[in-house]
Design a protein around this ligand. Structure first.
Ligand code: C5P
Length: 230
C-alpha cells in the first residue's frame, strides 16, 4: 500500500477536525488543521488590539503584523492531540473563543494572509502521509491530493456539535448566537473572492447528519484504503 495525500473540506462545525485527526491517527499520518492557523492569526490580532469585535477588519494593519506571527503544531502526549502554538504559546483553547469565531472569516479573506498560510500549508502537505482539513484544501492548497472529501451536515446538528465543543472548553454561548455565527461564517467563506469554500469536482461528499462518529471513520478509512491500494 502506498501513502497518500488526503484533503478534507466542508462547512463550519461539520466535525472535520475530529474525523481528520482520527483518520490521521488510524493511518499514522500527519494531521494539519488549517482553520487553526487562520484562528491563530485572528487571535494574535485581537490580543494586539489590531482588530476588535463589532468593528470592520483593517486589512493593512493585519498584513503589517504577518511577519511577527509564528504558528507551530505540537503533539501533546497528555491529550493525545495535536495542539496549536502561537509564538511559542499553546493557544489551542484560546483560538476557539467566540471573539475569534466572529472575526476569523474576514481575517482569512485577506489576500496576503491567505498567501502566507497557503505557502506554509503546501510545505506541510508536500509529502504523502498527510491529512489536511480546511475550506480550500482540495481546490487550492493541495489540488493534486489523492483523496478529497467534502463534508456537510444539517445546520441544527452542526449547532449542537459546536455548543458541546464550547461547553467542553468552558465557553458559554447562546444556541441562537452559535447558529448565527456558523451560517455567517459559511456565507463569508463561500462568497469571498479568493479560494472560496466550494466542493472540488473530484471530491466525495460525506454528509454526516445521521452518521455516528464510528460510521464516519469506517467510511473515510475505506475510501482512503481504496486509494492506497489503487
Ligand atoms: O475550520 P475552522 O472552523 O476552525 O476554520 C475557521 C475559519 O478559518 C473558517 O471559517 C474560514 O474562515 C477560515 N479558513 C479558511 N481556509 C481554510 C481553513 C479555514 O479560510 N483552509
Amino acid at each position: 500500500m502506498k501513502d497518500i495525500i488526503i484533503a478534507i473540506d466542508g462547512y463550519s462545525s461539520c466535525g472535520k477536525s475530529t474525523i481528520t485527526r482520527d483518520l490521521a491517527n488510524a493511518l499514522g499520518y500527519v494531521y494539519v488543521d488549517t482553520g487553526a492557523m487562520y484562528r491563530a492569526v485572528t487571535l494574535y490580532c485581537l490580543e494586539k488590539g489590531i482588530i476588535q469585535e463589532g468593528r470592520a477588519v483593517d486589512a493593512g494593519k493585519v498584513i503589517r503584523e504577518l511577519l511577527n506571527i509564528h504558528i507551530d503544531f505540537k503533539h501533546s502526549i497528555e491529550t493525545g492531540k495535536t495542539e496549536t502554538y502561537l509564538n511559542g504559546k499553546n493557544v489551542e483553547n484560546d483560538i476557539r473563543s467566540m471573539a475569534v469565531n466572529e472575526l476569523v472569516s474576514p481575517v482569512s479573506a485577506i489576500h496576503e494572509v491567505r498567501k502566507v498560510m497557503v505557502y506554509l500549508q503546501r510545505k506541510m502537505g508536500a509529502n504523502p502521509g498527510v491529512v489536511m482539513d480546511g475550506r480550500d484544501i482540495g481546490t487550492t492548497v493541495l489540488p493534486h491530493a489523492d483523496l478529497k472529501i467534502f463534508m456537510t451536515a444539517d445546520i441544527k446538528v452542526r449547532t449542537q456539535r459546536r455548543m458541546l465543543e464550547l461547553k467542553e472548553r468552558g465557553i458559554k454561548a447562546k444556541e441562537q448566537e452559535v447558529e448565527r455565527n456558523l451560517l455567517k461564517r459559511d456565507q463569508e467563506d463561500m462568497n469571498r473572492e479568493e479560494s472560496p469554500l466550494k466542493q472540488a469536482p473530484d471530491a466525495v461528499v460525506l454528509d454526516n447528519t445521521n452518521l455516528t462518529h464510528e460510521e464516519q471513520l469506517a467510511k473515510v478509512l475505506r475510501w482512503a484504503k481504496e486509494k492506497m491500494i489503487g
